[in-house]
Write a protein that binds this ligand. Sequence first.
Ligand code: A3P
Length: 319
Amino acid sequence: YLHQEEVVAHEFKDLIFSLPKENGWVASSLYKYQGFWHPIRHLQGIITCQRHFQAQDSDFILITTPKSGTTWLKAIVFTLMNRMQYPIVQYHPLLSKSPHDLVPFLEHRLYVDNQIPDLSSMNSPRLFATHIPFSSIPKSVQDSGCKIVYLCRNPKDTFVSMWQFSDKLRPREMGTRSLEETLDMFCRGVSIAGPFWDHVLLITFLSSLCPHKVLFLKYDDMIENPTVNLRCIADFLECPFSIEEEESGKVEEILKLCSFGNLSNLEINRTGKLSSGEENKVFFRQGKVGDWKNHLTIEMVEKLDRITEQKLRGSGLVL
Ligand code: A3P
């Protein structure tokens, strides 16, 4: 992490080092590119992806805000789409691979470190994930008929989850960052793919204009009513559950396989690592709504609520 600035590819140097810069949450700095903040490695990935990724009409793209339940959504959509290929739970790929290995991130995995992957051998429909804000998404995603499933989460739990996550990833010698300091950064929009609210608002607008293109989901709703949301995803991705599947309990089976309790207890997710180096277990913490009550003071809650109210005013969106 410490040397990421030193390994910026020559072609990106002029652009990246002219951008506004702030201290990051983990070790690397954040740079403001097209209105959103990114660590340098992700940023190179975003720019490479903007230049080279060609979306196909049949692609499905999961766009999420960081710490909104991306890991869960990846597991669910992968299982849903591939349920004919992997009908038997005992042999399912999720039992031996992290959801992040099954559904790659565009900017953190496929296009990271200046790689330009050859995606021609992928079977369609192809499934990708990203935290790239819609305004920076590769143009072919906007222009093609590909479908987007968008996931976000209430800002207070998003913030707490992000704070805990970054604390785990921070090199020990850098010490911890206080909750106050981190909250201040989050509220100023200085967080990975932040400002959080702008990320969500961009998509809300698009999903209301083009409901066939974007399905807008909230983690909190998915936790409250997983079956309704899973059916909704299946309908949107044009792979609805048949009557036979409904009667045989397929919806519940997928939800059970992808549940926090099941995934977080698998050996692969307890002890495995991603190729990018992170331990799989850092993506599983509590998987609940409302943990913010255990961490935030009244003043912090007021501050976050005030910003959320200001940012979302007039949008019709409630987070
Ligand atoms: P908490 O830190 O609040 O527990 P992301 O996948 O976008 O990084 O988000 C991580 C958050 O999703 C964490 O929230 C994590 O515990 C939760 N999560 C991971 N897998 C989950 C699952 N299968 N079901 C519900 N929540 C899950």
